[in-house]
Design a protein around this ligand. Structure first.
Ligand SMILES: [Zn+2]
Length: 299
């Protein structure tokens, strides 16, 4: 999936009559960069129509820049009349007249309605001009075969809306919600790398990966089934050596890595006894032979 994002207008353009700090061109620039960030996090490829905020570019050319993309979105905020109007706030997707962006247009307009808590419901609109689409950006997108839409983020002629759009935290949430809506609409699941789980023969030894984190056990004991193992700082299973437990007692890790329990072992020519919990026995043991002459521990 590849999307072309277009920030509506450039420089300082379309100041809000309701809040003079607001310029549509400034908001849309910030918003489209945030959308890019969140879409890319979802594994979607994104291009933008312009390199810098101060750069102008023709409407048709901006739409046509989406060549090879699956969707073209031009970000805007709407205006009604010349002055303040606190009654009109509906979000709208102005969709290409060929209908190619109707579904995603409605989904995004509804996403804006939910995110911005507008009083009026979302809608999609289409406008025909003399040469196809009335809007130049949509004409350009359609010419290169990209489903195109203009997303009007409510009205900056509305005092509450202009203030809302001035808050960068709001823009961040809005962009994330829009990216999620796109992923959902196109059925794109977030690709998480497969987590390793269980035993892996790596770097000439064995590691045990915890499935919930995908990380190997390091500098710690791990019980797999009936047996305990110990892994060093690099996550490698340690074998044929002694290891102290947190209780300060000695435990023996056999050739296969499993901690020995309730058995005798010969270590460097000397005999050791390991108790039922695996700790090394220290003290006196009484031994006697059985009927075959084998040494047994006398209990
Ligand atoms: Zn605009």
């Amino acid at each position: 999936m590849k999307i072309c994002l277009d920030a509506g207008h450039y420089g300082r353009y379309n100041q809000s009559p309701a809040d003079k700090r607001y310029y549509e061109s400034v908001m849309t620039w910030k918003l489209h960069l945030l959308q890019k960030k969140y879409l890319e996090e979802l594994g979607i490829q994104v291009i933008t129509t312009r390199e810098s905020q101060s750069q102008d570019m023709g409407l048709y050319a901006r739409g046509a820049a989406s060549k090879g993309c699956d969707l073209f979105i031009s970000d805007h905020s709407n205006a009604i009349g010349a002055g303040v109007n606190d009654h009109v706030d509906y979000p709208a997707a102005l969709c290409a007249i060929n209908g190619s962006a109707d579904g995603i247009g409605m989904a995004l307009a509804q996403c804006v309605e939910t995110a911005m808590h507008t009083k009026q419901p979302a809608r999609i609109e289409k406008r025909r001009g003399q040469n196809g689409d009335y809007y130049g950006v949509l004409r350009g997108a359609t010419a290169v075969g990209t489903p195109g839409l203009i997303l009007e983020h409510s009205f900056h002629t509305n005092t509450e809306i202009a203030r809302w759009l001035l808050d960068e935290k709001n823009l961040d949430r809005l962009a994330k919600a829009e990216a999620d809506t796109i992923a959902l609409y196109y059925n794109l699941s977030v690709q998480e790398p497969e987590k390793k789980s269980g035993w892996y023969n790596e770097n000439g030894g064995w590691r045990f990966y915890l499935g919930n984190t995908g990380e190997p056990v390091t500098n710690d004991w791990y019980q797999d089934g009936k047996y305990w193992y110990w892994f060093d700082g690099a996550g490698m299973m340690v074998s044929n050596t002694w290891k102290t437990g947190s209780d300060g007692k000695w435990y023996f890790l056999q050739e296969n890595g499993a901690m020995a329990r309730d058995q005798w072992i010969v270590w460097k020519g000397e005999l050791y006894r390991l108790t039922g919990d695996g700790s090394m026995f220290e003290g006196e043991i009484c031994l006697k032979t059985d009927e075959k002459g084998a040494l047994k521990q006398a209990i």
